[in-house]
Structure formats: C-alpha cells, structure tokens
Design a protein around this ligand. Structure first.
Ligand code: HAM
Length: 404
C-alpha cells in the first residue's frame, strides 16, 4: 500500500474544517490590517533561501528539499514564506514604487526535519510581510495582529520579545560573544560549530550545560546601539499601553539569519517540546541584500498544525438533508436538490430509504433540516421536514422548501 511520506500528513475532515475556518478568520483579520493576499510559487531557486535564510542556519544547512530539475536548475521547495515574498516584491519593482505594501499568505512549507509531534516535513503557515514602514508601531501592529488571531481561537501563549540589533551594533556584539565563546571548551559540538558560522545562534541552544555557561556571556541587550535601544523601548511602551503582556527573552535569536531589531515568538502554554506557535520580526536589510532598494520590512508566520489541535470549533447543525422513501420521487428530489444548492448546503443520497434510516443519516451529516419525500408527499408535491435543532416537524410545499 502506498502511504504518505514520513512527516507529511493529510488534513482530512473534521480537521480540514478547522483548517479552513482558521484560514478564513486569519485572512479576515489580516485584511482589516490592510494586508493583501499574495501567492508566490512553492518552488524557488535554491540560492534565494541560501542568501536570505542563511547558509549557516539549520534550515539551509540540513533541512532543504533541494534538487536539480529537468532543466538543470538548482531548486528548492520553500522552507518558509518570507524569502519568496521578498523575491516577488523586488521582481515586480514594488521597492521602486515607495509607500507601504502589506501581504499575507498561507500554504505548505517544507523542511526535512526529524518528524515528531508538532514537527512535520510538510507543514502549513499563515504569514504576513509588511514592506516600507520603518516605524516600530508597525512591529507593534503585526504583533497585535498575530495576537488577535490567536485570541480569536482562545489559544493560550506567552509572547516573548527581543531585539537582535542591526549592522551598527550586532557585529561588535558578535565579536565580544565570540571572544567569550573561545574560552569555553565545554560547550556542545553544535555551539562550537556556530561559534565560527553564526555565533548568536548559540544563545538559544537547548543544552542545559551550554545555557549555564551562557548565563555569564555578554548580553545582546546591553550592546544595542541608540536607535535599536530606542525602538526596543518604544515597542515595550506601546505593548504595555495596549495592555499586551509579554516577557523579554534575551536569548530569543530566531533560526533564520535575516532578522534585525525586533524578534518575537508566541510560545504555547498547552503544547510539548514543539511549542513555538508563531514567530517573526523585522528584517530591514533583506530587500537590499537580495538586490532591491533599501526597504524596511517586518513580518511573522503562524504554524497552523501546531495550533489546529488547540482550536475548538463547535460544529453547529447546518443545511439540509433530502431523502426519498420511494424510487419514483428521486428525479423530483434531485431537481429540488440542485435548485436548493444555489443558496444552501444540501446532502442527498440517490436511493430510497426508510424514514428511520433517513433521520439517522441526516443526524450523521449534521444537517439542520431532514426533508423527506414519502408516497403521500410525492402525490401532493410536498415535503415532510424535521428541524433537528429545534426538534419541530412540519409539512411544506416544494416552493416553500426552496425558500426555507
Ligand atoms: P519560523 O519560526 O521558522 O519563522 O516558523 C514560523 C512557525 O512555523 C513556527 O513558530 C512554527 O509554529 C511553525 N513551524 C516551523 N517549522 C515547523 C515544522 N517543521 N513543523 C510544524 N510547524 C513548524 C519563519 O518561517 C519566518 N518566515 C517567519 C517570518 C515571517 N518572519 C518574518 N516574516
């Protein structure tokens, strides 16, 4: 039997109802914040991710679905959404137009990770990217946007924020950190490797021993330049005045290399090891780095699979079930079904059944109204209806049925 690949999951009903409900609500909220839908391709040139996410990141180093296509191009299934949106933004010359451009997207991302609960090889993100707005109010607005989506679905979380500096302050901090790390030989092998490739990534190492050592390391937040410090203070001030609870996590450095200044994550208080439900931040240098005009940018992505299990949606009875108890009524019922479906959801099976069997099926399909045509109804051109929500029964004409 052919099965889905390891780490790739089908999203079947009823989970797919939750998936769609989530996408619809999140899209609606993003639209209220004036984000517009964008759909970049799932496949991009490998060098796009190498340059943006970074050669030294785990994503590029170990997790890419990379292959040579039939035309000899080195391509890659997108491991995340930001790089493709930035590529598209530059390719369509929006960087030259000036002004603010806001996009949202959702869909599959691919990372060849070791699958475990909450960690898949094909997973789905809902993300937003905002270009052209340098104000830290935009950082605050997109944090509020993510929060509004999570709050709508009653998901509990801790919001962690940090500032990871900019080219004016980060290089100097990195030098100090490397000098500190060079004296520490008992850090793990991953951290030893990162010491030369991407030193600030050591800060979020999960190894307890490393963490004990880093408690004495120079702190990023003590080395911010004036502009980064000012923005970070302002961000906290805005969040506080909007009543948003947050913690400062000075080890929050994110796993992608493009970030500058604000970095944030929403950490679930209901999940196990894979508890990051959303992450994002500012990436003011990426557009220029990929060949566009300097453009400030900020965004986030929510991992949809991680929150689907936490979402509770009550499946209300909805729509119509149409059944016949006699064979001759099937053409009439079929015709009525087609008309009714122009305005409502209707389930019909193309065979006659007993009333009891029909009512059982209507209940199983979660229909609000069970509408049945028996011998008598067929002769009179009527339907017998049971409102399964309000437990009422009545007869109506075919015309009234179409208006119900
Ligand atoms: P990220 O933190 O790599 O950020 O991913 C965002 C979210 O995707 C994570 O918080 C997590 O919920 C989910 N996620 C990541 N990997 C997996 C996986 N293997 N299985 C299931 N869920 C996963 C980004 O991707 C950035 N592009 C976010 C961003 C947008 N920053 C600025 N703009």
């Amino acid at each position: 039997m052919i099965q889905a690949l390891r780490g790739m999951k089908d999203i079947l009903p009823p989970l797919s109802h939750k998936y769609l409900t989530f996408i619809q609500k999140a899209s609606h909220i993003a639209q209220n914040y004036t984000f517009e839908y964008i759909e970049p391709p799932l496949l991009e040139e490998t060098k796009l991710f190498k340059r943006s996410v970074g050669e030294s990141s785990d994503i590029v180093g170990k997790e890419m679905y990379q292959f040579i296509d039939k035309g000899g191009n080195d391509v890659c299934l997108r491991p995340e959404g930001t790089a493709g949106v930035v590529r598209s933004f530059i390719e369509h010359k929006l960087d030259r137009k000036g002004g603010v451009h806001r996009f949202y997207y959702y869909g599959a991302m691919f990372r060849y990770e070791r699958p475990q609960k909450g960690r898949l090889r094909q997973f789905h993100q809902f993300g937003v990217e905002s270009f052209g707005e340098a104000s830290v109010y935009e950082d605050a607005a997109i944090i509020m946007l993510a929060k509004e989506i999570l709050d709508h679905f009653n998901i509990s979380y801790t919001l962690a924020i940090n500032s990871i500096g900019c080219p004016a302050c980060l290089p100097d901090y990195k030098k100090r950190l490397v000098a500190f790390l060079e004296q520490k030989e008992d850090i793990c092998d991953d951290c030893k490797r990162r010491r030369s490739t991407n030193p600030i990534r050591v800060l979020d190492c999960k190894n307890q021993k490393c963490q004990r050592i880093y408690s004495e390391a120079p702190k990023l937040l003590d080395h911010l330049c004036e502009a980064c410090q000012r923005d970070f203070n302002k961000l906290q001030e805005i969040l506080k005045s909007e009543g948003v609870e947050f913690v400062i996590d000075e080890n929050l450095v994110r796993g992608l290399d493009y970030y500058t200044k604000t970095a944030f994550e929403f950490i679930s208080t209901q999940l196990g090891a894979q508890n990051a439900i959303a992450g994002g931040g500012r990436y003011d240098n990426l557009v220029e780095f990929l060949g566009g005009r300097p453009t400030p940018a900020v965004g986030f992505a929510i991992g949809i699979e991680r929150i689907l299990d936490l979402i509770e949606i009550d499946f209300k009875r909805e729509g119509f079930y149409l059944g016949t108890m006699i064979e001759e009524a099937i053409p009439t019922a079929f015709h009525l079904a087609l008309q009714k479906r122009k305005s409502a959801k209707l389930f019909m099976e193309y065979k006659q059944k007993s009333l009891k069997a029909h009512l059982k099926a209507a209940d199983k399909h979660n229909s609000r109204y069970a509408c049945i045509i028996g011998e008598d109804e067929f002769q009179k051109g009527t339907l017998w209806v049971k409102d399964l929500e309000e437990k009422r029964e009545f007869h109506i004409s075919q015309k009234e049925f179409l208006e119900l």
